[in-house]
Design a protein around this ligand. Structure first.
Ligand SMILES: *[C@@H]1O[C@H](CO)[C@@H](O)[C@H](O)[C@H]1NC(C)=O
Ligand SMILES: *[C@@H]1O[C@H](CO)[C@@H](O)[C@H](O)[C@H]1NC(C)=O
Ligand SMILES: *[C@@H]1O[C@H](CO)[C@@H](O)[C@H](O)[C@H]1NC(C)=O
Ligand SMILES: *[C@@H]1O[C@H](CO)[C@@H](O)[C@H](O)[C@H]1NC(C)=O
Ligand SMILES: *[C@@H]1O[C@H](CO)[C@@H](O)[C@H](O)[C@H]1NC(C)=O
Length: 542
């Protein structure tokens, strides 16, 4: 029971929205400026600044954004060893870089080393940057709009797609109608890339040092394609199939999802009934039991309520699929909980599974993923055909088909840069992929590497979304060597991970501290980074 309580605490941690970015510092207290003036913010040694950037780089008189920047300054600033900023992007369409640094900054700063400032920023239009785009009039209106699995999974019910299509047509009209300031046309990824160059130049530099994960891979690769001669160091991790992304066709992103599912069956069986609550006599038996659960909730959804848990509702087929997929982001911390949730679901209690499920869409996904990729004009019949056509790619393909359903109603499509994502860069890229990532498969990393001659793919031999999903001292050592010395891993390097998918129940929530020898220190940083990432990763699906 203690174990169950610990796991649920973890789930709650993952799902509690962190509002530091909104409440811990009054961003209004610093004026926007054309240069960087840093002030102390949040808690030491963090510093903040606001940098102006033109809304439209081709028409500087058309207004400006004030970008929220945050940094952990180099401890060698003012010495000969100081080397300038490394910009980090934590992913999520419209994800807050300020929040990313507040959550992950102390670990990331140790990885890159004291020579560098670690810099994050809220992309134009979101979080603490201003003006923000928002097409709901209030948080209550936003909360009332359903971006959940029923609204976005085209296989949620037999004839649900036409109403989903109509729903997102309505939302698309509303968004365009309410964008009276015309902000939506300007928050495209190519403009965010231009903002990164502006941040570099405001530091007095000419070339970018960058580390981006998940959506940050799109931002990084887009920068490299637009400004290939401005790359000093660039790491992308959790790499999308760029062509698919810019075509609003995400089917290539889920080609490894079933590998993670298979690992759940195999490792649950290996772990045994004490460590895996959904254990059965063979991996195949576990798979059959999961199928039986899918069948069960298809005809009889299961109530999800527990007085100790924040969300309540019910678990039906799309919710179950969504929750399983969501657990795949962080298998090393979530597989045990998933197994407990499935066992409870079998017993008529959907509450744990319900906590794991997560909305697929959001305002930011619509504006960014839909607005700046190829325009989707599909009607419901075409979307149905598309959903069918990608059915064989993965048993989770309906989840990405849902992205295209969202996009079908979107109406703001400026003429932004959409690729090709390729180029001959002034320094080779380091491109990181996991052997089984549920939403950004290794193939995305390899395909992107082919477009940037000289770049090297580092494979982390683990499951989950981005290398941050599992601790690997090997990977972070390569990251440090790349930033510090420009050293790329040998071709075909594979880094192992130091984690178990189904750890044995333990009543200790904190691990004993280790020595601070270098090797041990890397271990600790790697584990900390994984845990901190767990808190930010699940706020938006991508
Ligand atoms: C910084 O920018 C402001 C205007 O935004 C200007 O008044 C000030 O002189 C600049 N400072 C430096 C050091 O360039
Ligand atoms: C940006 O400005 C240029 C030049 O005035 C104009 O052609 C273009 O349409 C503008 N872009 C957007 C998205 O408004
Ligand atoms: C960078 O290179 C120096 C000199 O070869 C070496 O001592 C150091 O360990 C390297 N740093 C990293 C992080 O690999
Ligand atoms: C914690 O685990 C130990 C060893 O497994 C056991 O002896 C002890 O009773 C447990 N304590 C609690 C509070 O569950
Ligand atoms: C829990 O932590 C204590 C103190 O570090 C340790 O002595 C004990 O063996 C641990 N128990 C388990 C079950 O890991």
């Amino acid at each position: 029971m203690a174990f169950l309580a610990n796991s649920l605490t973890l789930v709650l941690l993952c799902l509690t929205p962190q509002v530091l970015g909104q409440t811990g510092f009054d961003w209004g207290s610093i004026p926007g400026s054309d240069n960087l003036t840093w002030v102390d913010c949040y808690s030491p040694p963090t510093q903040c600044s606001r940098l102006n950037a033109p809304m439209n780089y081709s028409n500087p008189s058309a207004g400006s954004f004030s970008l929220a920047l945050i940094r952990i300054p180099s401890t060698l600033s003012g010495t000969a060893n100081y080397r300038g900023p490394v910009i980090f992007n934590p992913g999520g369409q419209g994800g807050s870089g300020v929040e990313g640094i507040l959550e992950l900054g102390s670990q990331l700063a140790q990885v890159i080393g004291p020579e560098f400032d670690l810099v994050g920023f809220d992309p134009r239009g979101v979080a603490n940057s201003s003006p923000r785009f928002s097409f709901f009039k209030s948080d209550a209106e936003r909360a009332a709009f359903d971006f959940g699995p029923h609204a976005t999974d085209p296989t949620a019910a037999p004839n649900v797609l036409p109403s989903q299509w109509a729903n997102f047509q309505a939302l698309g009209r509303l968004a365009k109608d309410r964008d009276t300031a015309g902000v939506l046309a300007h928050v495209s990824t190519d403009n965010v890339a231009r903002d990164m160059l502006r941040i570099v130049e405001a530091h007095g530099g000419t070339k970018l040092r960058y580390w981006g994960i998940s959506y940050g891979s799109i931002l990084g690769a887009t920068f490299a394609a637009m400004f290939p001669e401005k790359v000093e160091r660039l790491i992308i991790d959790g790499v999308f199939d760029m062509e698919g992304y810019y075509a609003a066709d995400w089917s290539n992103e889920v080609i490894d999802t079933d590998k993670v599912l298979k690992a759940f069956f195999v490792e649950c069986h290996k772990a045994g009934p004490t460590a895996c609550a959904f254990y059965a006599s063979s991996p195949t038996a576990i798979a059959r039991n999961l199928d039986a659960l899918y069948q069960k909730v298809l005809t009889q959804p299961v109530p999800a309520y527990s007085p100790d848990l924040p969300k309540y509702g019910f678990v039906d087929h799309p919710t179950l699929k969504n929750a399983v997929m969501a657990a795949f982001y962080q298998p090393y911390s979530t597989f045990s909980t998933l197994a407990q949730g499935l066992a409870a679901l079998r017993d008529g209690d959907g509450s744990i599974i319900y906590q794991l499920s997560f909305p697929q869409g959001s305002e930011a996904v619509l504006a960014i993923a839909c607005g700046y990729a190829a325009k989707v004009t599909d009607d419901a019949a075409k979307l149905q055909k598309y959903t069918k056509s990608i059915e064989k790619v993965s048993s989770f393909s309906s989840i990405v088909a849902g992205i295209r359903v969202l996009c079908s109603g979107w109406q703001v499509h400026p003429d932004n840069f959409k690729g090709p994502i390729k180029g001959v860069t002034s320094f080779p890229l380091l491109i990181i992929g996991n052997t089984a990532d549920p939403v950004t498969p290794l193939a995305g990393a390899k395909k992107t590497a082919k477009q940037f001659p000289g770049s090297v793919v580092l494979t982390q031999d683990g499951l989950g979304h981005t290398s941050f999903a599992s601790p690997s001292p090997c990977t972070i050592a390569h990251v440090q060597a790349y930033f510090q010395n420009g050293t790329l891993p040998a071709v075909d390097t594979v880094c192992p991970v130091a984690a178990t998918l189904f750890p044995l129940p333990s009543n200790n929530s904190t691990q004993p501290r280790r020595d601070v020898r270098q090797e041990m220190k890397w271990d600790e940083i790697a584990v900390d980074l994984r845990d901190a990432y767990g808190r930010v990763a699940r706020r938006g699906f991508y």
